[in-house]
Design a binder for this molecule. Sequence first.
Ligand code: SF4
Ligand code: FES
Length: 391
Amino acid sequence: MDDAFIADPTDTLSVLDGPGAATHVDFGIPAAVLAELTHRCPLQCPYCSNPVELERSSAELTTEEWKKVMSELAEIGVLQFHFSGGEPTVRKDLTELVRHASSVGLYTNLITSAVLLDEARLRELSDAGLDHVQISFQGADAAVANRIAGFRDAHAKKLQVARWVRAAGLPLTVNAVMHRQNLDQLPEIIDMAVELGAARVEVANVQYYGWALKNRAALMPTIEQLDECERVVTEARKRLKGAMEIDFVLPDYYADRPKKCMGGWGRQFFNISPAGKVLPCHAAESITGLEFDSVRGNKSIAWIWQNSDAFQKYRGTGWMPEPCKSCELREVDWGGCRCQAFALTGDAGNTDPACSLSPLHDRIFKLAEKESIGDNRDFIYRNYAASTKRV
Ligand code: SF4
Ligand code: FES
């Protein structure tokens, strides 16, 4: 997935204007599931939400395995199926998968970088029952956007595909991942989304796990940039009320309290990895020591959701240490993000250091503030070799 990790996917997935958009129930099966069909992707965004250890294509679920998964999800009450990656359009069987999802009654959303799509394939997907398309943009200006994506001509291609999406009568969401090197383009990105006829724009500030953590020094915005970003979003929301919705995700480095990551571990969300592992969040495999059940095993998806060790481990409040354990917000943010706690403290069972009550907060977050005013602009691009290069 070349868009940034969204801290609370229920903010952006379940709000699509599809059937049953708001039907999730705590511990009941989530209404929306994110399927990472593949980790292959022609783009190399340095904040990608995929794990740093990318899955090889030989490990991916087959067409028949994905179809079985979709049928099972529809049977147990899932309503929305989000085709994601990597880049889901690298899968030659995507049309067949969309047709199957549609035939079992799932609302389908394609989360794509768009660069591999042409008009004929888009029509084919639409005819197969695709309901919605979300395209990621890396900026409003081609030079900046192409450099961030690590892909020549990506921006022009995205604009073209977005127009075909609208011409095919499909609703469009523009996903704009924001950081220090493109935040100054936010007003133009919003104008671009309006011009493209998008129904929604997601202004998603990078969250710093995995690839983004590797690139934090090149991506971390300054506090002034974030203040300006909030001002731009507030003004645009007023101006565009009724015409276009604007979702806004702040990076929690500048907040006092952490986000309710994933709506709480194992409460409202799961995703399925290219190899079929059922995960509480995109980054969960980065936590060493957790075992994830797979759809390839002999357990049902509903059983995995309800009972598997990985989901149970940080569900609810029983696992919490102090200061979360006795904090009055423990059932509000559910202790923040387990992956961030692991990445920054080495133990997923610690309080998320994004919380100012964490004993590690000041040390970690002061460092990030320093990075935000530094002059590091070089990216470690997201690819199998994890290379650094200038584009
Ligand atoms: Fe949330 Fe824990 Fe911080 Fe309380 S102490 S605000 S529960 S992260
Ligand atoms: Fe927050 Fe995994 S990214 S729980």
